[in-house]
Design a binder for this molecule. Structure first.
Ligand SMILES: *Cc1c(COP(=O)(O)O)cnc(C)c1O
Ligand SMILES: [Zn+2]
Length: 420
């Protein structure tokens, strides 16, 4: 028995309501462990639960973070006592001016730029860290398109863990520096994200005390995305929206928002009203949109070429489940050009005072396209997920925006520049 096996078998896992890992393809159940693929059919494993009775009042009385939903997550009941980044409970903004610009009546923006490292990835990493601690790991690791690198490096620093973060060497400067500052081991790889991801899978097999958040502890990590769905419902006054637009990289987030809505209905925390889920991709990396539009069930991998680097996964692991979700709920998957992405970043900023990264531009531009093509009902309540901060992708907008004029320090010169 290796040290880590000994440590793990000596340890009583407390993963709260989590019961087992369940294969998404064949339903095979295995005990909770650091596994991600079914031994029977190689299908992806997902956390299955035995939920107790959960009430709205209990949740509302909980911490002002994702831990208010701890009884719906694979984390111990005392999770908030361990050092973590405690993300979540970001604002849900009623976006009336954006709604008017897009020609819809009831629109909300879920502003996940407000998380500790300014993207929704803090949610998934916080859950992965909490589960990895229970599973006996000591190092937090990941392959990343950028936001995950930030979140892993910060969470590891806060927990006093070592981190190993692998990124494509072409990543935005801001995302490199905002990871490196936490002083973990950051390695830039000459290759694209899919190369980096393959490398991580190889390394995970050899380093048994490294928790690669999105590889060997992926089933737990992925559950963190459910908190976006829970928060949207709670913040709407314990109701489900009628339509939601979600950006798609690996596709995990989209499927988990749907899982959250279904769980809330099953647990009587909301009325199980119908909702439609829409996926958003950039044209330069739109394998899921292409499969949806062609009516296919399998995803043809692509080589990404888009400014939306946080969504640039050419071989999305959860792509087929995104197709299932949007087809079952009556939604769709659309894609938008890089130019539309930049225009949409500026539209959101101009109308709501929210500066989103390129992934947010993808969501807003896709919503616009879905409205124009009649796929989104302009009278139905719609939520857009804005998952990352524009300060991370300044390069996408720097050629388009800037001061109106540079003038000498005189009020006459300012008035002249303003055309007064
Ligand atoms: C990772 C990421 C996503 C999508 O995540 P998946 O679950 O892999 O589809 C969306 N937005 C931002 C900003 C991200 O970093
Ligand atoms: Zn299976």
């Amino acid at each position: 028995m290796t040290t880590i096996e000994a440590r793990r078998s000596a340890h009583q896992f407390d993963l709260g309501p989590a019961r087992a890992l369940v294969c998404r393809e064949c339903g095979n159940e295995v005990p909770l462990a650091a596994e991600f693929a079914c031994a029977e059919c190689f299908g992806p494993l997902e956390v299955g639960y035995d939920f107790g009775k959960i009430t709205r009042a209990e949740i509302e009385a909980g911490p002002r973070s994702i831990w208010r939903y701890r009884n719906l997550l694979p984390v111990p009941s005392d999770v908030q006592e361990h050092p973590n980044t405690d993300p979540g409970l970001t604002r849900l903004v009623k976006a009336d001016r954006l709604a008017a610009a897009l020609g819809v009546r009831k629109l909300w923006v879920k502003d996940d730029t407000g998380n500790p490292t300014h993207s929704f990835k803090d949610r998934v990493v916080a859950v992965a860290l909490a589960a990895a601690r229970q599973l006996g790991f000591t190092v937090l690791a990941c392959p990343s398109t950028g936001n995950l690198a930030n979140a892993v490096a910060a969470a590891a620093a806060r927990a006093g863990w070592e981190s190993v973060v692998l990124i494509p060497s072409s990543l935005e400067r801001a995302k490199v520096l905002t990871t490196a500052v936490y002083d973990g081991a950051l390695i830039a790889v000459d290759g694209n994200y899919d190369d980096v991801n393959r490398l991580a899978t190889e390394l995970a097999a050899d380093h048994e005390d490294w928790a690669f958040v999105n590889v060997n502890v992926r089933p737990y990590y992925a559950e963190g995305s459910k908190t976006l769905g829970y928060e949207v419902a709670e913040q709407l006054g314990w109701r489900l929206p009628q339509q939601i637009v979600v950006p798609v990289a690996s596709g995990s987030q989209l499927t988990k928002v749907d899982k959250a809505f279904r769980e809330l209905g099953e647990l009587d925390l909301v009325e199980p009203t119908p909702y439609r889920v829409f996926g958003a991709q950039a044209t330069g990396c739109s394998p899921v949109a292409a499969a949806f539009q062609a009516g296919h069930d399998v995803i043809q991998p692509v080589k990404p070429d888009t400014i939306a680097r946080s969504l640039a996964i050419g071989a999305p692991a959860d792509g087929p489940y995104v197709l299932d979700t949007v087809r079952r709920t009556g939604g769709s998957v659309e894609h938008v050009s890089d130019e539309e992405v930049v225009d949409a970043i500026r539209l959101l900023a101009r109308t709501e005072g929210i500066f989103a990264e390129t992934a947010g531009g993808v969501t807003v531009a896709t919503a616009k396209k879905l409205i124009e093509s009649g796929q989104l009902d302009p009278d139905a309540e719609t939520v857009l997920l804005i998952t990352g901060d524009g300060l991370k992708t300044l390069d996408a907008v720097e050629d388009k925006i800037g001061p109106r004029a540079t003038v000498p320090p005189s009020s006459a010169a300012v008035r002249e520049a303003l055309g007064l």
